[in-house]
Design a protein around this ligand. Structure first.
Ligand code: SPD
Length: 379
């Protein structure tokens, strides 16, 4: 009889109710299991124990404007994920001084929150990272009565796998992961993840500093699900990733934009919006979803349990859900807004015409991945 690995034992203990979700996460991370795998196991074993780590801290008053806000707000968010005036306009209108710090990966964010001393009021993880933060009891339920603009969110972005009861999250932006490339430095657009195995571009390519997206790309390359837990499929994805690594300049996410613009990098695994931002600086930059498929993801704002300024945090969430504020963020970032309320402010989105949702999602539809249904983690 084959012996169980420590991870299988943990998973069995979680499934059989011998281990709490929180202890599962702590022990699995201690064994070096990646966040994305931890998130997948938690989602697969969801049900029973309540997510969100218990009762919310009460926030008095039903009217968001009824009581005085704290004077400060601290936000921790991905780089290049706000419009220039999003925070200054909030500060002016609400009399709150806001600080924004940035990170480049979900792992960086989770490590900061696990340290227990972040002092942040709002953070913006991707779906699978929210599952992990929730199981660790690090995030707080939101007080919906303080966010009347929740009604502006399209149904597609509600009741997600990582927040099935809409208690923890306010969706921020959604996008896709594919390949950014320099049209003038390649003979033809790369149409497959195989480009990263091509020695002809060795030293001129990067993949992202993102375990889920890198492993996901190589799983898709072989026709497997992004959520595969099959050991043989994962071993093959690892072998493909190691093969690609020999050709990579580095593993780099948003900061690769500067190298794409300069031409130091000509092929980069990247998100559509960051690619659009780079293309605004250099029109030789384009984006493609490989024929094997990429990923579609959703990032959402959540409030850490330790947030010192909870009322100001709720006020900010309600503010960014105004249609014109959401549209301005999308205009600046090139990503999709989950806000479905129409606004004239959406017109400038034409700036991103070639990056439009329908254009980007067309190849996904051909692969049977439709934007018209609720998002599931890893779709
Ligand atoms: N510049 C902001 C990019 C945000 C990307 N978040 C998505 C991560 C998907 N793994």
């Amino acid at each position: 009889m084959s012996k169980k690995t420590p991870v299988q034992t943990l998973t069995d203990d979680l499934q059989q109710g011998r281990l709490s979700r929180r202890n599962f996460v702590l022990q699995a991370l201690g064994l070096g299991v990646s966040l994305s795998v931890v998130g997948s196991v938690l989602t697969a074993c969801s049900g029973g124990e309540e997510e969100g780590g218990g009762e919310p801290t009460p926030t008095p008053g039903a009217d968001p404007a009824a009581d005085t806000l704290e004077k400060e707000l601290r936000i921790y968010i991905w780089s290049d994920y706000l419009a220039e005036d999003t925070v200054p306009n909030f500060e002016k209108e609400f009399g709150v001084k806001a600080t924004v710090d940035t990170y480049e990966s979900n792992e960086e964010l989770i490590a900061k929150l696990q340290s227990g001393v972040s002092g942040y009021d709002l953070v913006c993880p991707s779906g699978y990272a929210i599952t992990v933060l929730s199981a660790l009891g690090l995030i707080e339920k939101l007080d919906a009565s303080r966010i009347p603009n929740l009604g502006n969110i399209a149904a597609t972005f509600r009741k997600t796998s990582f927040d099935p009861n809409d208690e923890l999250t306010v969706p921020w932006q959604w996008g896709t992961t594919g390949v950014a490339y320099r049209k003038d430095l390649l003979p033809a657009p790369p149409d497959s993840w195989a480009i990263f195995h091509d020695k002809a571009h060795a030293g001129k390519m990067t993949m992202m500093d993102d375990m889920r997206d890198v492993v996901g790309a190589w799983l898709r390359f072989r026709g497997h699900s992004l959520n595969s837990k099959d050991p043989a499929q994962l071993a093959q994805a690892k072998a493909d990733a190691v093969l690609a690594k020999a050709n990579l300049q580095s593993f780099l996410s948003a900061p690769v934009k500067a190298q794409l613009i300069s031409g130091d990098v000509r092929v980069a695994q990247l998100w559509n919006g960051d690619t659009a931002q780079a293309a605004a600086e250099n029109d030789q930059i384009a984006f493609v979803l490989p024929k094997e498929g990429g990923s579609i993801w959703l990032d959402a704002m959540v409030m850490p349990k330790t947030a010192p300024n909870k009322k100001a945090a709720h006020a900010f969430l309600n503010y960014v859900l105004r249609p014109e504020v959401g549209a301005a963020i999308s205009n600046a970032t090139g990503y999709g807004t989950p806000n479905e309320r129409r606004t004239r402010a959406r017109r400038p989105l034409q700036r991103w015409r070639s990056w439009s949702t329908s254009r980007i999602l067309a190849p996904m539809r051909r692969l049977g991945i439709s934007s018209g249904r609720r998002l599931r983690r890893g779709d």
